[in-house]
Each structure stands twice: as structure tokens, then as C-alpha cells.
Design a protein around this ligand. Structure first.
Ligand code: ARG
Length: 577
């Protein structure tokens, strides 16, 4: 019997209240294990289902809950109906809990949760996620790392929901930094070093020429001259620029691969120099462009809740960051006809994106409403052997080598084929979990020792849980085992796990709604802790065969959900550590 409890409950409530099912489904929640106290499995929020205000318990909600509960009856699924504070609570028949949840995991496998009716009303369609977007020759700082992993998570999530996802990296590949780089390369550049380690060499050249520019005025002038040549498309300048860009991208791809991240398109600001002019013309035609007495072109944004204006053209006629973003949005509209576009950057760019979206709306861009900025806070204290983060590679190396060290110190470390590869996956999991645990917008202090701990709420703990569950399956070599006696899964630790798994679709729903990974991370950490308790108490070894079999199946289902959630986060689960 493949019934969704949520649906069964919602059907009855919607019948009694005469309300549409989709609406009722959304006001029914699985009760979190910790707060449950063993009394009920689901609760229906009366206030939200009746849509008469926020779902806090007002006195009349209590009456209504009682009134509603009085009309509902227990059936083949629901064994108990009671009322809480403004809610009606439902208990599922104990024998059905294990049967239904585990059957569903077996049937859906890694897609468990994604087929829930709770998610069926979410908009699908084409989603662009723009993330990472470092600036060539400049630092790849922690903000870029955050953008990379957060964007990857959002893209994974949208894809799992069935959206068609386009992953774009919008490089900072134009502007005065290239003027400086052009001049700097002539003075400090070395072709061999460029080939051997382009990112590092370009950064070195950039640092040197910046220092020189502070001393010598003519360096600035030559840089402007070089940029002018670039803007005019002078072949020699352009080919040098192209070479810097190509070599950098090749290098980025390698490092992204270590992270398990890829892009469908390496775009960049350089693409939109000319298209920016089209945008400016359009703004002018529409009468939106105002020229200030300093000669800059601005757009009045004072009508909405935004202050003042946005500058879109300098007095010398050149475009700005926002002008290129306007052109890029228009171009993506044409090229992809997207339904939504998500930009992931640190919160210092919040105003920039507010302005961008507002101008797009004023320009009548039909998808302006589908544009969304996901801002995140600053990370303090992330240092590597070389000091502050300059290259992504350094962060990954640091995580890996620290992890290798911890593994060598730990007595429980298994014999591994490729310890360095395992260390890389553990280190990455640690970085991701540390970063995703809180609200994205909050700043946080990074601490290697804390992030890499093997116990507690860390990525290493998730990996450890996965490896342990995997080895359990391997040890018993269960193969395709699908038959089990649900009556053997009535012990509290098993019930808690099942109860926790009931919430997975809600966790996915909240994650998409808020585009925040913390719900999923905390769900998985919770699952890991429940699995640890079950592991200690629900032995496989020494139990009668049918009990052992049921328990193994339960553990396997936990592993399947854990692995699928970890992959969404961008973590590759290890099977041994
Ligand atoms: N390259 C920019 C930076 O490092 C981020 C680009 C964000 N995306 C955009 N469409 N503006 O700050």
C-alpha cells in the first residue's frame, strides 16, 4: 500500500472543511522528533488551513481545532486524533509507519521526498543559477568560495525538483585590471610561469604592477592606454587578454572539478561591452536616461522603495558594472528564455541587485520578477598556510592536508586505497557543512579545528555516518533485500528514524522556498545522530534473522536518504574512512 500519510490526512480534512486539497496539504506538518514526546506524528495548523491570520494559537483557534477534531475520524491509517495548541494532531498506525516509509524509500531511492505532493505545486521551468564568478588576476577570496558552493547547492536542488538548470559563471574579465595586467605582463611577466601556473602568475604580476602604479604615475596612464586598445579591439592587446582568460578558465575548471562543481557557460563582463551600448540606447529611447551636470548618465529609481538613482554610464561614455549586468540579463533572456534567474554573491552587492532588478522592471523586461539575489554573509578567519585566501586551490589543499593529518592520528582510520582522495572528500564535506549550518546572510568565524571535528555537527560526522552504514550493508551483503517484517521496527530508536524521514519532503520544500541549505544540513545531521543511537541499540548481529533483516533495511534506507541529501549539498559520500 503506497499511501502518503500527509495525503490521507489532508483528504479527510479537506473533505470536512470543504477546502481544496493542495491548500490543506501545506498546513500539515510532520512533528519533529525532538519535540514530539511520542504522542503524535502529524499536526494540522488550524489557523493556516483556515487562512485567518498567522498560525500562532489564538483562543478561537483552539476552539476551532476542537471543532475540527470532533468531525474527523480514525481510519485505516490514523490511529489517534487529538488537539494541541491551535492544532489537530494525528497519530499514524504504528505498523503502517515502517511499512509505508521504507517502501517509499525503496521505491523512490535517491528521489525519496521529491515525489511528494507537497512539492507538486512548485513552479518548474528554466532556471539560471549564476555563481562563483571570480575576477581574473585578482584574489579568489572566501566570498567566491561561498558563492561557488551555495550556487552549486541551489542548482542541484532545482535540478532535482525537475527544473531545467543552466549554470553560469560570470567572470570579472574586463576593466582596468586588464589594462594594468597588460602593462604589468610586459614588465614582470614570464611566459613559462604563465603556462605553468597561470592563476598564480597573473596574480603576482597584478600585485607588482599595482605597487608600481602607486609610485609611478605613467603606469596608470599606460594601463588606461592598454585598456583603450582593448576596448578598440586592437589585435595584439586582445590576443594577450584572450590568452590570460583562456588559461585562467582552464585552471578554474581543474579546481572546480576537485569541488565537484561545473558550469554550462563561462560568460563574463567582457561579453557585454558592446551590448551595454544597446542597453543605453534603449534606456535613452524610453526616456529613462538622465544626464547629470557631471556628464554621467543615471536612472531615477526614487519611485519604488529604493533611494535616489543608479549610474549607468560614465562621463567618458564607458559602461559600468551595472550596465554590463543589464546587458547580460537581457542577453540571457533572449538566449535562454529563462523563468527564473538566481544570482549568488555576498551581501555587499545587495543594493546593486536591487537596482538591477528595478531597472529591468522599468525597462519592461518580462522576467524581471523571476530574478532573485541570494546574498550571504562574510567569513572571518579563514587562513591557509600561505595566509589569507588568495586561491581556491589553497583552501582545498589545506582542508585535505589537515584531514590527512587527523586521519593519521585517529585509531579508527581504515586501510584506504587512496587516503588523499578520501581526505579531500572529508575536508570538503567539513567546509560545506560548516558553511551551510546557519542562515546564509549571517557572518561567521571559520575555525579549521572545529570544522574538521569527527564528532558533533560536522561534515566529517556525516561522512562517518555514511561510511558506517555502508560497511554495515557490505558486511551482511544484503543485496536486493526488499522483504521485511515491519512489526520488528517498533522500538523507539527505529520509530524516531521513521518519524524523522517523514519530514524530508517538508525540508526540501523549505529549502527551495528560502533557498537556504541549513534546513537540509540540519535534517541530515539529525538523521546521523538518530542513526548513531539506533546503531548502538538495534543490533543486527545476534538478532533473529527476521529482526536482523528489518533492521538492515532500515539502516539501508537511512543511508540512501543521507547519501542523496549529501549529494544535493555538493558532498560526495565516502564508503570507507
Ligand atoms: N565578479 C564579481 C565579484 O567578484 C561577482 C559577479 C556577480 N555577478 C553579477 N552578475 N554581477 O564581485
Amino acid at each position: 500500500m503506497a499511501c502518503h500519510f500527509r495525503r490521507v490526512i489532508a483528504e479527510q480534512v479537506s473533505r470536512v472543511l470543504g477546502l481544496p486539497l493542495e491548500k490543506v496539504v501545506r498546513s500539515i506538518r510532520a512533528i519533529p522528533v525532538s519535540k514530539k514526546g511520542g504522542s503524535a506524528d502529524f499536526q494540522c495548523f488550524v489557523a493556516s488551513v483556515l487562512a485567518d491570520g498567522p498560525c500562532n494559537a489564538k483562543p478561537h483557534h483552539q476552539e476551532r481545532a476542537q471543532e475540527l477534531a470532533g468531525k474527523l475520524v480514525c481510519d485505516s491509517v490514523i490511529s489517534e486524533i487529538a488537539t494541541g495548541r491551535g492544532t489537530v494532531t494525528f497519530q499514524i498506525r504504528r505498523d503502517l509507519l515502517a511499512e509505508t516509509v521504507l517502501r517509499q524509500v525503496i521505491k523512490d531511492g535517491p528521489r525519496y521526498g521529491f515525489n511528494s505532493e507537497l512539492l507538486s505545486g512548485l513552479p518548474r521551468g528554466k532556471t539560471i543559477v549564476e555563481y562563483s564568478s571570480p575576477n581574473i588576476a585578482k584574489k579568489f577570496h572566501v566570498g567566491h568560495l561561498r558563492s561557488t558552493i551555495i550556487g552549486n547547492f541551489i542548482a542541484n536542488l532545482k535540478q532535482a525538483l525537475g527544473n531545467e538548470v543552466v549554470r553560469i559563471n560570470y567572470l570579472g574579465d574586463w576593466g582596468l585590471q586588464f589594462g594594468l595586467l597588460g602593462v604589468g605582463f610586459r614588465r614582470f611577466g614570464c611566459e613559462e610561469k604563465l603556462q605553468a601556473n597561470p592563476l598564480q602568475h597573473l596574480f603576482e604580476v597584478y600585485v607588482k604592477i599595482n605597487a608600481a602604479a602607486e609610485q609611478e604615475e605613467n603606469v596608470q596612464l599606460s594601463a588606461q592606454e592598454f585598456l583603450r586598445k582593448l576596448e578598440e579591439g586592437e589585435p595584439q592587446a586582445l590576443s594577450l587578454w584572450q590568452n590570460f582568460r583562456d588559461l585562467s578558465i582552464q585552471e578554474y575548471i581543474k579546481v572546480y572539478k576537485r569541488l565537484g562543481v561545473h558550469f554550462d557557460d563561462y560568460s563574463g563582463e567582457s561579453f557585454y561591452r558592446e551590448k551595454s551600448e544597446d542597453v543605453l540606447r534603449l534606456l535613452e529611447q524610453r526616456g529613462m536616461l538622465q544626464i547629470t551636470n557631471k556628464g554621467t548618465g543615471v536612472i531615477d529609481l526614487s519611485e519604488g522603495d529604493l533611494a535616489a538613482h543608479a549610474t549607468v554610464v560614465r562621463s567618458d561614455g564607458t559602461s559600468l558594472y551595472i550596465t554590463r549586468d543589464l546587458a547580460a540579463a537581457a542577453d540571457r533572456m533572449e538566449k535562454y528564455n529563462f523563468d527564473e534567474m538566481i544570482y549568488v554573491t555576498d551581501k555587499s552587492q545587495e543594493i546593486h541587485f536591487q537596482h538591477l532588478f528595478r531597472i529591468l522592471t522599468l525597462m519592461g523586461c518580462k522576467r524581471a520578477e523571476g530574478c532573485r539575489h541570494v546574498p550571504f554573509g562574510l567569513v572571518q578567519g579563514m587562513k591557509t598556510r600561505r595566509g589569507n585566501v588568495v586561491f581556491l586551490e589553497d583552501v582545498l589543499d589545506e582542508a585535505r592536508s589537515r584531514m590527512l593529518h587527523n586521519m593519521a592520528m585517529s585509531k579508527t582510520t581504515k586501510e584506504l586505497e587512496d587516503p588523499s582522495d578520501t581526505a579531500e572528500k572529508l575536508g570538503l564535506a567539513a567546509l560545506i557543512v560548516q558553511d551551510f549550518k546557519g542562515q546564509l546572510l549571517s557572518d561567521y568565524h571559520f575555525d579549521w579545528d572545529q570544522a574538521l571535528q569527527s564528532r558533533g555537527d560536522t561534515g566529517v560526522f556525516l561522512q562517518y555516518t555514511h561510511a558506517r552504514l555502508h560497511s554495515l550493508q557490505r558486511m551482511w551483503d544484503t543485496g536486493e533485500l526488499n522483504d521485511f517484517d515491519a512489526a520488528c521496527l517498533q522500538d523507539p530508536p527505529a520509530v524516531s528514524i521513521l518519524q524523522h524521514l517523514l519530514r524530508y519532503d517538508e525540508v526540501i520544500y523549505k529549502s527551495v522556498e528560502g533557498l537556504q541549505p541549513k534546513y537540509l544540513v540540519n535534517f541530515l545531521l539529525g538523521l546521523g545522530h538518530l542513526a548513531a543511537v539506533a546503531h548502538r541499540t538495534l543490533h543486527v548481529k545476534g538478532s533473529p534473522p527476521h529482526v536482523a533483516q528489518a533492521r538492515l533495511l532500515l539502516f539501508n534506507c537511512v543511508r540512501v536518504v543521507l547519501a542523496s541529501g549529501m549529494k544535493l549539498l555538493g558532498i560526495t559520500p565516502v564508503i570507507k574512512m
